[in-house]
Ligand binder design. Sequence first.
Ligand SMILES: Nc1ncnc2c1ncn2[C@@H]1O[C@H](COP(=O)(O)OP(=O)(O)OP(=O)(O)O)[C@@H](O)[C@H]1O
Ligand SMILES: [Mg+2]
Length: 420
Amino acid sequence: MSILKEKQMQIVIGRDAEDTKKYGSAGTINIGRHIVGTGEDSHFTTPVLMDILRPHLVVLCGKRGSGKSYSIGVFVEEMMKLPDEYRKNLCSVIVDTQGIFWTMKQSNEKDVVPLNNIGLKPQGFPINIYVPEGQSNTFRKAGVDFDDVFSISADELSGDDWLSVFELRATETIGILLQRAVSISRKKGQYSLDDLINILKEQEGFSSEKLALENMFEVARSWGIFGQSKMPKLLENGKASVVDVSLTSQNVRTLLISIICRKIFGERTIARRKEEIAETEGIFIKKTPVCWILIDEAHNFISSSEKPASQDILLRIIREGRQPGIGLLLATQRPEKLNQDALAQSDLLISHMLTAKSDIDSLRSIMQTYMLFDITKYLIDLPKMKGVAIVLDDNSERIYSVYIRPRQSWHAGSSPVAKL
Ligand SMILES: Nc1ncnc2c1ncn2[C@@H]1O[C@H](COP(=O)(O)OP(=O)(O)OP(=O)(O)O)[C@@H](O)[C@H]1O
Ligand SMILES: [Mg+2]
C-alpha cells in the first residue's frame, strides 16, 4: 500500500458547508487517510479530519476483529493531542467492556515504522483509568495500572433500575415489594444498601418474597460496585477517562452505564444553562467541557430487541444530547442489534468490514441519501487490511473510504495466536 505525497486538500468529515466555511480545518482530529482506488490498486491519499467542535452521534461498526476498539483509541488519542484551546473544552469517557484501554498509557513500540510513515511516533497518553471499588484487588493482581476506584450508592438506583438489574417485572408481587421499599427509602433521603434491606424487612407479610429479595440484595453487595468512593469527576477540562466494567456482569454493566450517563447528562444540562445565562449577560464563567461518551459493544447498552437499564438515558442523549453538549460514539459488531433510533439519528457512520446481510441492510436503512450509493460495493472495494472503513457523513452527504491511522499507544485488544 503506497502513501501518495499529495498536495490535495484535507477531507473534513462531520462538518456541514457552513461550518467548513467558517472553521476550515480548525477543531478537528486527524483520524487517517482517504483511500482512493479499489482493492489491491488502492492507495492512501488525503488526510481525513473529523470535526470535534460539535457533539456528534457516531456509529462505529464492523465485524469481529475489524478495528472498532482500535479506532476508539485513535479518536481519544487525537482528542488528547488537540491544541489547548480545543482540548480544554472537551473531555471523554470510554466505557471499556473488555478491559483493553488501560494500556493506552503505554506507547505502541510495535508499529514504529507505519507510524513514522505518517509522521507520528509511538506515545503513551495520560488517560485516567477507573475500576469498581470492590474489584480493585482483582485488577491490581492482574497488573492493571488503574488510577482510582469508583462506586455507586444504593440511593442512586431507581425502582426501575433495581427491577431491571434483578430482571423482575413491575407487576409481580416481588417487584411491587421492591418498588415499595425503594420508594419508602427515598422519602427518608440518603440511604445505603443496608438501610434498604432493613426497610424491606419492616414490610408486613410476603415472607417468602421478602427473603428472595433480601438474597438478591446480598448478591448485589458482591458485585463490588457499592461503596464509599463514589464517582470521580469525569467532566474536567481536557480529561480522558476509562471506566473499566470488564469484570462486571452484563446487567450490572448496563446499570453502571445508566448511572454514569445520567450524571453526565444532568451535569452538562445544568452547565449549559449556566453558560447560556452567562453568555446573554456577558459574564465570563469557567466552562464545563463538552463530553464525549464512547461505548464499545454498544448494542448491549442500547438494543433493538431488549430494554437494558441504560436504554432510556442513551435514547435521551441521542435525541437531546446536542443541546447540553454530549457527543456519543457507539461501537458495535452488529448494527442490526443496535437500537434503530441510534442508527437513524447518527450523523456519522463509520463502518469497518461487515459481511452479514442483515447488518449491511440495517446500514442501508439509515439515511435515504445513501440509497444512491451501493454500500456493499464500497465495503467490497476496500483493500483487504485492518483498519479500513467506509464513512457515511450525513453533514456533507458524502461517503468516503478511509484508512484509520495506526495507534500511537498500545492496543491490548489483539487476538492471541495459537502457535508455539
Ligand atoms: N487502523 C488499524 N491499523 C492497524 N492495525 C489495526 C487497525 N485497526 C485494527 N488493527 C488490528 O486489528 C486488530 C483487531 O482490532 P480491534 O481489536 O479493534 O477489533 P474489533 O473490531 O474491536 O473486534 P471485536 O469486535 O472482536 O472487539 C488489532 O489488534 C490490530 O492489530
Ligand atoms: Mg473490540
